[in-house]
Design a protein around this ligand. Sequence first.
Ligand SMILES: *Cc1c(COP(=O)(O)O)cnc(C)c1O
Ligand SMILES: [Zn+2]
Length: 414
Amino acid sequence: MRQPILGYKCTLCGAEFPYQEMLTCPHCGEKGILDILYDYRAISSYFTKETLEANKDKSMWRFSPLMPLKPRDFSPFLHVGASPLYRSNRLGKELGLKELYIKDDGINPTASLKDRASGVAVAKAIELGYDTIACSSTGNAASSCAGNAARMGLKTVIFVPERAPEGKLAQLLIFGAHVVSVKGDYRATFELSRAAIDKYGWYNRNAGINPVMVEGKKTVALEIAEQLNWSVPDWVAVSVGDGCTIGGVYKGFYDLKELGFIDRIPRILGVQSTGCMPFVDAAKRGGAMEPAEENTLADSIAVGVPRNPVKALRAVLSSRGAWLAVSDEAILDAMRVLGRTEGVFGEPAGVTATAGVIEAAHSGLIKGNEAVAVISTGSGLKDVKNALRAAGRPTPCEPDLKALEKSGILDGIL
Ligand SMILES: *Cc1c(COP(=O)(O)O)cnc(C)c1O
Ligand SMILES: [Zn+2]
């Protein structure tokens, strides 16, 4: 089998490098995020629609020939991916959309899309001989890193900002991670993790800068295309924090187009909260990023200084997509709507893309005759406090039938 990877290309200066262990561009420093370049011709000699169809492994590891990993047995790893792509029964109709699909990535082993990146990170760390993996995270990257590493016997050091929701902290501690709760925002958390990683030489899972992360997250796009039998929707909507996920969505469709599996890349809708929207603002300014406030209840996308701006901006630009910001009220509303109409329970950041699709359908940015896939990136059970804020409280009732009738809960049912 030929080496399917040609090398790296810096997303900032365009310099190319041979494939080796490196994180960022030596010329550009930390802002020089690298892109992994594949030899698609070599890959297509052994990775085809037919080989995929014959593969009994339904997890994201079925796409390992498109990952920067040596061939190996992935069955000991957590079973990441293979999340359902539901064709909307009700929400699409309510919005007047011809076709709406919901990719529920909250069903992943640690209940978010981040498992796709963490699985690859853990595999890479093992391949390179590390015994400890570290990251800073607003929550999900951390818990997925800890879970995927625990399964494979790696130690984890995790830096989280103080405001991380308890569900995510509980996951970390259960997975046996060494958890550092940093008294500061995500930016301060990231800086401390960087200093510690530099000093102690752990494997760095920081999604913004490690080029391997996008290669895991892209499997969500690979799955969407395969689940739609290689006929892609007009739009794919995703919520955006650091920018790694949206970069991955683009890379997945890009790979498939280069391999000839699909004939076009869908338009990508990047959605942020109005309380933290550095990408939406940058797009308005023609691409210049500036630090933004981190003032949203959607903690997983409260990233004021995104570490992966180039790939994220390029995803929207190259796909002729769009950027959109929605209010926290619209996010809470989308939590209720997605739960009520489709039975999918997403955390606030998880449903931010759905809030974006609702707004885009109303404004006419997305037309009624277009097909849309929206990714729900994380489970609502991670953040019960905000779920209850969105959904309210149950109706109290004395234990007898008269009281039940008086309670009002039967209005609208009978
Ligand atoms: C991390 C995350 C996102 C955004 O991904 P980025 O790579 O940070 O842009 C969206 N939703 C959830 C639930 C997440 O955990
Ligand atoms: Zn560079």
